[in-house]
Design a binder for this molecule. Structure first.
Ligand SMILES: CC(C)(COP(=O)(O)OP(=O)(O)OC[C@H]1O[C@@H](n2cnc3c(N)ncnc32)[C@H](O)[C@@H]1OP(=O)(O)O)[C@@H](O)C(=O)NCCC(=O)NCCS
Length: 461
């Protein structure tokens, strides 16, 4: 058995002729303003997501947060010399964006993921993936993804993570959907299917000044992150938007619509906060929309929702990004129909790069031993691994052919979806995505691999 395991770097898919790729850190110039490459990158990202063209003032706010996170910005650029020989070259030169604007963008940086083990695990987060509509489907994404995954392997990262605009893009690169969230609608009236809780109120909910909350949001989130499997550390964007400093519609303005409440427990500690906004007098029924709600336990979450639902004039609450799975709020309601799930979406997608480090950092349902044969179309972590869990902690080693009596096979995308416990190995078996030798004990694998609660990622990036 080989306890020293090193994943393989994937082969980098080449760019088409006339395109060049450069990776630079997000940076500010000597005057404290974004450097030209970072500014052009940020503008191209906004444009790629069909957002308005960033103003200089907006860039002066957004680029420093990229730099604070240590983001590496990979841009793909059109070589002007090549373009000048093409029939479209003259038009591009006269009417196109300046050559410093990339036609492909891809940013990555590191944050921790709570995988349920003793310590959070380092993850390479990928964001700002766009390709100009005029240059799509000629392998730019494939190049950026393979070259940056190669860098992540070289840097020793155990996994990569992203959130997606479309579910069809990233499975081919070995990413599997790993957490989900639900949109909730709550009937805040007291009649019919209206809101009433079985439990008496606990602690106090206070209305606070949003502009004073940036540190509170950070500290509360840090406690939530430490206690929530599936949580990813947040970027500075959250503290600025959450405290009203940045209006998401225009980050150079304050968001004057944001309102904030905190739940103060009987011992004086803060158990959670909700940032929310009123949707306006013309919206019927009168609705409060929760922009962000982070609570360190179910009791504080229920108290925050109780407070919002009992505000005068408010007839409906909408909570877009709530934990999927069993909800204590539903069980606490006198009438469970006061709470409706309006939609469900995947959030975090994971790409395992190093199964040894990654599996050692996850939570386990029970002790046991099994082996996993992993296939990986990028070749990064294809191989067989023996996993032995004792006292809740796993020892994982790669092996050349020696397997345990409990031997299972799956691809790396499936492993990503199983990793945080969002889906059971038994469901994956029924979907035909994990197979086993004839004598394997699926019940034992499920007891070991599956987890009693769903993971929750409250971070979008
Ligand atoms: C999604 C996007 C980045 C793809 O970039 P691209 O350079 O056209 O992708 P590539 O040419 O490298 O395609 C690589 C593979 O993915 C496939 N693919 C690309 N975009 C896809 C999509 N939206 N749906 C399904 N498959 C897609 C390609 O067909 C190709 O498949 P192949 O390997 O079997 O040939 C680009 O279309 C885009 O900018 N979209 C709008 C912004 C966005 O949604 N970004 C993603 C944010 S998470």
């Amino acid at each position: 058995m080989n306890t020293e395991y090193t994943p393989k770097k994937p082969q980098v898919s080449p760019l088409a002729e006339g395109l060049v790729s450069r990776t630079l850190p997000a940076a500010l110039g000597a005057d404290g303003k974004p450097d030209a490459a970072s500014a052009a990158f940020a503008r191209a990202v906004g444009y790629g997501f069909y957002e308005p063209w960033h103003s200089d003032e907006q860039l002066e706010r957004v680029v420093p947060t990229f730099a604070e996170d240590g983001q590496e910005l990979t841009g793909v650029y059109v070589d002007p010399g090549f373009a000048s020989l093409e029939p479209w070259g003259e038009t591009l030169e006269q009417l196109g964006f300046d050559a410093e604007h990339p036609v492909g963008t891809f940013a990555d940086f590191d944050k921790t993921l709570n995988a349920g083990g003793a310590e959070p695990i380092e993850a390479r987060l990928i964001t700002d993936v766009t390709v100009s509509a005029s240059f799509r489907r000629r392998g730019i994404l494939k190049h950026m993804m393979t070259s940056r995954l190669a860098q992540a392997v070289e840097d020793g990262l155990p996994l990569a993570a992203l959130t997606v605009s479309e579910g069809s893009i990233y499975g081919r690169f070995g990413f599997g959907a790993a957490t989900r969230e639900q949109g909730l609608q709550i009937n805040a009236t007291t009649a019919g299917d209206g809101f009433a809780l079985r439990t008496p109120a606990a602690g106090t909910v206070l209305t606070v000044d949003p502009s004073k909350t940036a540190e509170l949001l950070k500290e509360t989130f840090a406690r939530f992150h430490a206690g929530t499997r599936g949580s990813v550390e947040r970027t500075p964007w959250y503290w600025k938007a959450g405290s009203g400093r940045w209006d998401p519609e225009n980050i150079t303005s304050w968001n004057r619509k944001v309102r904030t409440i905190v739940h103060v427990r009987d011992d004086g500690s803060i158990g959670g906060y909700a940032a929310f906004r009123f949707m306006g007098w013309d919206t019927e029924p009168h609705t409060m929309r929760v922009l962000d709600l982070i609570a360190v336990d179910a009791s504080s979450r229920i108290e925050l929702i109780r407070h919002l639902a009992s505000m005068d004039i408010v007839q409906r609450l909408t909570l877009p990004r709530q934990e999927a799975g069993e909800d204590p709020l539903a069980a606490a309601l006198v009438n469970p129909r006061a709470r409706k799930v309006t939609d469900e979406n995947d959030v975090l997608w994971l790409r395992i790069l190093n199964p040894v480090t990654a599996l050692q950092a996850r939570a386990w349902g029970a002790d046991g031993q099994f082996s996993l044969s992993i296939t990986d179309s990028l070749g990064i972590c294809a191989g067989t691994f023996v996993v032995s869990i004792s006292d809740g902690a796993a020892q994982v080693s790669s092996t050349q052919g020696t397997t345990t009596p409990q031997h299972f096979s799956l691809d790396v995308e499936t492993l990503g979806s199983l990793y945080l416990g969002d889906i059971s190995v038994l469901t994956m078996r029924e979907a035909g995505r994990i197979t086993a030798d004839d004598d394997a004990d699926w019940g034992a694998l499920s007891a070991t691999f599956d987890l009693p609660t769903k993971p929750y990622c409250a971070t979008h990036f």
